[in-house]
Ligand binder design. Sequence first.
Ligand code: ZN
Length: 278
Amino acid sequence: MKRFLLAVALLAAAAAAHGSLPEHRPAPGGVAVIELGDAGQPRPQALYQDEPVLVVQAHGQWHAIVGIGLDAEPGEAAVTVDGERHGFTIRDRTYAEQRITLENDEYVSPGEETLERIRSDHRRIHAARDTRSARTPDDLAFRLPLEGTFTSPFGLRRFFNDQPRNPHSGLDIAAEAGTPVRAPAAGEVIETGDYFFNGRTVFVDHGSGLVTMYCHLQDIRVATGDTVAPGDTLGTVGATGRVTGPHLHWTVYLNSQAVDPLLFVAGEDATYNDADDD
Ligand SMILES: [Zn+2]
């Protein structure tokens, strides 16, 4: 009887996981989930700002899953399928401020040699971020890459030593150095490296423009070309790169835009970082 109930529970979990969608939050740093029509029809190709976006099937419908940049302007937007518009509104959203003090000024105002390294890092990081593989993600329900304390939320407007810098492109999860960091979903490792700001880093491609990035690792346990299943260890939590302590910085890129990772994690409240919440 127990075994039967377990089997039923597993089937129910599998059914829920398959065809799950991220949270619809059409705002800067969010995700728009746009219904495109009956899944009985062939998979449509959807474009957003003239670039193809992820299209998945759920609840008998095709959906476009669109990453909205942190720098997007609120207002009317649309995905198009064969020239037909599916409009949506990008809402306004204000993220909280974060001020960080760093002892090492090289991380705030890098010298020329370091700038050259940063530029070469960026070329590799952007190439990984911009990957559009033909695979379709098996599942858009991510598990958390580790158990830890959410420290810096996604989207914070950041100042290092009082100087404005790029907004926080991921979620920081603090844990003891050496804690395993696990793949949140199936994918392929497309890049690993040791970058000036991000430290030791792994990129996983989940397909069709959905790419995740794991930074500041102590060590890396995978190599480019490896296939990973949900829960596989990618590396361990560390404090490499621009950090104030050991933590994982986790970024989710969708059509090259960094979006709030918690929109993909069922049961996690992705509104915790609203500026007007505290
Ligand atoms: Zn971070």
